[in-house]
Design a protein around this ligand. Structure first.
Ligand code: ATP
Ligand code: MG
Length: 326
């Protein structure tokens, strides 16, 4: 019997036995030997796989709307958005991802069409179509919906400038969509995640006005903290003028390579400054994570038991436990 099938069979029992079985399995896994990083990683992965398998995540009291932002490019915003969303959906929650980046990377990773001209976030922001007009289904997760972004959105920053209520269009659309679903008796959305472009323009401002929480992915590299104060200032300004509820609830360290001193230093500095917001789980650098989008998939569906997928699933679990952030 393989390790996977023995773990799987442990969950063929009723959910009330689940906790006991998980504890029994966890205690049978040897403690990590710090001197052998590979063995330590394997033990950590096995522990995560056991504790996450079949786990139903706790529903929040009300819909949590989280804006994933960092004006620095390539820090893992999109990767974090789609993989947290997939992990939350896999944990049994209803999730909506709004792709608010003209690059449309989140749409690609979630396997939804985003050719120019199809119903997208552009129609919602510029033509004031309801969000339901643009909502698509992610093929890999039944409870995961996506509002795609097409290349049309690249003109929206400029088009929005001359339009009325240009900063609050996304918020209104999301609030109305949440209400509309309730009226139609559709399941309540548990999480709405908005993926932002790498800039602090009107698209990101709309996302900040929509979200109640901000999640900042920070790449564990040298320039990681540069620009962070500008981002925090922008968030503060939005909070004073447009959205009093907005706050940085979560920071996630991404592309973490424990073997380098630099990654450890960056992580320490972030934790020193933002101890309460920073998730204990860090996302490692992983080839599986970076290749999943080329299959139109998240790593959670592409390779669910890989180190990267397990890290995102663990981070998502932590997010659901962080009730005080709501
Ligand atoms: P942009 O600012 O352009 O929107 P972003 O902040 O959304 O970028 P991503 O697109 O998520 O960043 O990631 C940038 C690149 O790094 C992508 O090629 C992605 O596949 C890769 N990447 C992200 N996270 C990881 C990881 N943990 N391990 C390996 N590669 C990663
Ligand atoms: Mg992106």
């Amino acid at each position: 019997m393989t390790a996977d099938s023995s773990i799987g069979s442990a969950f063929e029992v009723g959910s009330q036995d689940r906790e006991e079985r998980v504890q029994a399995l966890l205690s049978s896994i040897p403690l990590a030997d710090e001197t052998t990083p590979l063995a330590a990683q394997l033990a950590e992965d096995t522990r995560r796989r056991v504790s996450l398998q079949g786990l139903q995540f706790q529903r929040p009291e009300s819909t949590r709307i989280i804006t994933v932002a960092n004006q620095k490019g390539g820090v893992g915003k999109t990767t974090t958005t789609v993989n947290l969303a997939a992990s939350l959906a896999q944990g049994g929650l209803n999730v909506l991802v709004i792709d608010s980046d003209p690059q449309g990377n989140a749409s690609t990773a979630l396997g939804v069409d985003h050719r120019s001209g199809i119903p997208s976030i552009y129609d919602v922001l510029v033509n004031e179509e309801p969000l339901s007009y643009a909502v698509a289904q992610c093929p890999d997760f039944e409870s995961l919906l996506v509002v795609p972004a097409t290349i049309d959105l690249s003109g929206a920053e400029i088009e929005l400038v001359s339009l009325v209520s240009r900063e609050t269009r996304l918020r209104r659309a999301v609030d109305e969509y949440v209400k509309e679903r309730a009226e139609q008796g559709l399941p309540r959305l548990d999480y709405v995640l908005v993926d932002c472009p790498p800039s602090l323009g009107l698209l990101t401002v709309n996302a900040f006005v929509t979200g109640r929480e901000v999640l900042i992915p920070i790449q564990c590299e040298y320039y990681a903290l540069e620009g962070l104060s500008q981002l925090l200032k922008t968030i503060q300004m939005i909070q004073s003028h447009l959205n009093r509820d907005l706050h940085v609830s979560t920071i996630l360290l991404t592309m973490y390579d424990a073997r380098t001193n630099l990654a450890q230093q960056v992580a320490k500095e972030v934790r020193d400054h933002f101890g309460s917001q920073t998730l204990a789980t860090t996302i490692p650098r992983s080839v599986r994570i970076s290749e999943a989008p080329s299959y139109g998939q998240t790593v959670v569906s592409y390779e669910p038991t890989s180190t990267g997928a397990l890290a995102y699933r663990q981070a998502a679990f932590e997010l659901t436990q962080n009730a005080s952030a709501q």
